[in-house]
Design a protein around this ligand. Structure first.
Ligand SMILES: *Cc1c(COP(=O)(O)O)cnc(C)c1O
Length: 483
């Protein structure tokens, strides 16, 4: 691809953008159980209009755009109240859960280093169910993530196991409310008490649950305290672009007080340009996501979110009981969120994903890890709720068909062993790249049938998985050669 020498017409440009969409999953139909948190056309319109209205304004300079500072402070004010924080709780608007988590880990690291300059590599104890963003933060920030086991049936963090991993290098413990994979809430009170007793920071990841769990609680669902009401919780993350149904690029990170948040902020006057003051990772920063989040929250309002939560809770309960009635399927843990995971000991869940996709349903495969065997994840969003019955029927029929076929579960152990040996002996990366292009097809795109690849990845040890996945990503993001 090269730049056209003459600019193309607007019509031509927009037609090309629309045509490209034909490759994408039609999320508005409501058959996608992940990735897009769709509150319907009306909420979408409000978010997009506000996004466009502030797209060009730049959060880099709050003295030029006090409007954005106002939106940010108001959003943080709403968030801290929602999460049981008092007036001392402060925070910032960020681009997503990953940025919120990255900042919380960086803040704890810098606060910990100030008190413990002798520790080279501070440690972060995270249950194996904590979001991959904590691994990414540790990887970027020179922190060591110490994984902690979870209960093999409830998939909740084990506070005693976390306590046993604390040492003089430990800076932070993590709890999820709720966890992504299984939608369960970790024992936040126990984990925060451990943090308090040992002088550690305690981050509660409420990216998924922070917004919706307080509504579930008001609707009578059993939701334990998981937020700033719990003594010892020092920071939290909560995504507006998930269950607050805002356009993407919208999350918040909160801290117990300003003394801790200070370690997040960055200012620089040691160069020849403008005095830079940055509250988050981005510097030039579109006002779009912030204005959109502000608009959607104010448009939907408390009663509106309560109504959405009621729909989600109803759909979650119907899916849970429906899945429990399908012979051959098994729910994993007791989902406390509108997120759930189920597995099977009879049919291949990766084949099941492909079969459902062929029928127009998109669900998320999750590879085995620790006590969590390979499974299928659903993040339920409002656009899914009308399809619960139809989805359960399709699921039941497909499972029955796969059971009747006697196809069973593919376990490519021998292939995985051969590949693991090949990958581990490849020092240059050439062999891994060749292997990946053979698996994925020459253009590096994701193939239609994913079951063979998921089955293979699932059978590989995690160091080999990572090397293959990184080669996959590299291949996917390599422009085609000009012809
Ligand atoms: C989505 C999610 C994240 C990461 O958020 P992004 O917005 O994708 O960066 C972190 N934690 C949990 C529990 C999540 O569900």
């Amino acid at each position: 691809m090269s730049l056209p020498s003459q600019g193309r017409s607007k019509d031509d440009v927009f037609a090309a953008l629309e045509a490209a969409r034909a490759q994408d999953f039609p999320w508005r139909d409501g058959k996608l159980f992940a990735l897009v948190f769709d509150g319907g056309r009306d909420v979408e319109e409000v978010g997009k209009k506000a996004f466009m209205a502030y797209l060009s304004e730049n959060g880099l300079d709050p003295t030029a755009f006090p409007s954005l500072r106002q939106f940010e402070n108001e959003l943080v004010g709403i968030a801290r109240k929602h999460l049981g924080g008092d007036e001392r709780v402060v925070g910032n608007f960020t681009s997503g859960g990953t940025e919120s988590i990255m900042l919380a880990v960086k803040t704890a690291r810098d606060a910990f280093r100030a008190a413990h300059p002798e520790v080279d590599t501070p440690e972060l104890i995270a249950p194996i169910t904590a979001h991959a963003a904590f691994h990414k933060a540790a990887h970027y920030l020179g922190v060591k993530l110490v994984p902690s086991p979870v209960h093999p049936e409830t998939f909740r963090a084990d506070a005693a196991a976390m306590a046993a991993l604390v040492n003089e290098r430990t800076m932070m413990v993590v709890a999820s409310a709720a966890s992504y994979a299984h939608g369960v809430i970790d024992p936040v009170e126990e984990i925060a008490a451990l943090a308090q007793a040992r002088g550690l920071y305690c981050h509660v990841d409420g990216c998924m649950g922070g917004w919706v769990l307080p509504y579930f609680k008001r609707l009578g669902a059993p939701v334990p305290d998981f937020d700033f009401r719990v003594p010892g919780v020092t920071s939290m993350s909560m995504d507006f672009h998930k269950y607050a149904l805002c356009p993407k690029g919208a999350s918040v990170v909160l801290y117990r007080d300003e003394a801790l948040r200070q370690h997040q902020l960055f200012a620089c006057s040691e160069w020849t340009g403008y005095t830079m003051i940055n509250n988050t990772i981005q510097s030039s920063k579109s006002g779009g996501p912030m204005a959109a989040a502000w608009a959607v929250l104010n448009y939907v309002g408390d009663e509106g979110y309560l109504a959405f939560a009621k729909e989600l809770l109803g759909a979650r309960d119907a899916l849970v009981s429906g899945i429990e009635q399908i012979e051959g399927l098994r729910l994993m843990g007791r989902p406390e969120m509108s997120l759930l995971a189920f597995t099977s000991d009879e049919v291949d869940v990766f084949v099941l994903c492909d079969e459902l996709k062929a029928q127009g349903w998109m669900v998320q495969p999750q590879l085995r890890f620790g006590p969590s065997q390979e499974n299928i994840h659903l993040s339920i969003n409002p656009s899914n709720t009308k399809w619960v019955g139809a989805f359960l029927s399709a699921l039941a029929e497909t499972v029955a068909k796969l059971r009747a076929s006697g196809r069973g579960i593919e376990r490519p152990i021998a292939a995985a062993e051969a590949i693991a040996a090949q990958v581990r002996s490849d020092t240059t990366g050439e062999g891994v790249r060749a292997l990946v292009s053979a698996l994925a097809g020459s253009d590096g795109g994701a193939p239609g049938e994913m079951a063979p690849i998921n089955g293979l990845l699932n059978a590989l040890p995690s160091d080999v998985q990572s090397r293959l996945l990184i080669a996959f990503v590299g291949a996917m993001f390599t422009p085609k050669a000009d012809v």
